[in-house]
Design a protein around this ligand. Sequence first.
Ligand code: GDP
Length: 495
Amino acid sequence: MRLAGPEARSIALPMLRLKHDLEPGRAIFGEFIEPCGSGAPARECSSGTSSETRTGVSAPHESTSAKQRIDEVVVSYFSKPNSYTTDEIVEISAHGSPVVLRHIVELALGRGARLAEPGEFTMRAFLNGRIDLTQAEAVQDLIESQTLYQAKIAAQQLEGALSRRLQPIKQNLIELIALLEAGIDFAEDDVSVIPAAQILEHISAIRAPLDELALSFAYGKIVHEGLTLAIVGRPNVGKSSLFNRLVERERAIVTATPGTTRDLVTETVSIEGIPVRLVDTAGIRQALDEAESIGIQKSMEALADADLVLVVLDASQPTTTEDERLMTLIKDRPAILVENKSDLRDSRIPSAVLATSPVGTKFVSPRSQAWVGERETSSLVGTSHEHASVPVTLSTSALTGDGIPNLRATILNHVVGDAGSHSESGFLTNARHQSLVRDSLTALDAAQTAVGNRVPHEMLLLDLYSALRPLDEITGATTTDDILNLIFSKFCIGK
Ligand code: GDP
């Protein structure tokens, strides 16, 4: 339980019997006690002896039976302004029984504390100027992170990575605004008006890093929200088996009867710290009954919604018209083509056929007229991937596990792309930030056009202020109550 505010100590101390006096930044072992023994509601009790009210350390002569022990606790005290919110803070850590914790909270409420609103501690940290808005949002991301990698990225942002990247851009923009303002204000006082070419150069220097930041959202969004991967194919090619292999446990029902996965089965797995939401779909074919047709409809929707599509074919059988229809459907979509049941391929397809019809050339890709062959796959893994135009073809066996590590690596490669350029951190992971960066870029576009049209500098300044405002909104310099409420209302109580 965290108590923040000027009365944090005076509320907490009568409920504590500590080994030592509270000291800033130090955790002290002690006991949590009913403030007036007997278990009577705290609000009816006096607040203890004067020595306890001061220090919380019990006098040696005092009878312990008068004060009922509720739990052993560790108490940390943070003095103003060196605390999370910059207020006086007392934190009491108990063993974690919900009953005890609720009782501790009730006793504190009885002594004059009030419950924190969702996100209120973090909001106070922001309002008191200890953190900026991107850092406050990073606290939320940190709490919600599903993988360690997401937590690390949030921690970098909490440490101010995005603000550090934005600051020089803002500074540059403010300098340009100041130059133009000076030109207008002191026109009579010999301050020369800057030439148009120089203004354009200045705007380009502001744009370039901002453009880069906007581009980083493609990767940041995936890090933040994860990615949806739909597994599609005709019935019985091994979609559920591959799903299970990727999930690493038996989640989807595997049967030998075609057309049995009629609903969507989803599971989120972490591939190198990126949450990947796998969707196992019903086999796509001409439906035999209504239930199957509903399942197929859902598969189509999942296919349409997915960030990446895994098309599964049966390596042991010749390609069917259904396979070909499916490949037309995923035309121009980021996709990976998997030839599953590779363990059966050699036994069922005569080797002569394999020799004349290599994996890479038996399907027709809409753009390249040929899927990338199995042999090229390894060279694609680990390099920057190009979406959609050339689907990577892999060979797997869900039965033996053959090719599964390569499949994971290929999925990751689709996800990360040229992540190397973003790995220095400070990239956009938040849709609110992305939309504000775009607003700023749009205003800079308008400013560039305005310079080209030789509009008066007073008008040009309006565009430049419009470019500055959204950047301020990211870090919080000009934040309205509405934005604050939106951000902090998403927090869990008390964070
Ligand atoms: P789905 O209908 O596409 O989801 O296919 P399932 O995953 O239900 O698999 C259909 C049948 O193929 C089951 O009997 C599986 O055991 C079998 N199967 C799946 N993958 C493989 C594989 O790689 N090799 C072999 N030999 N059998 C497989």
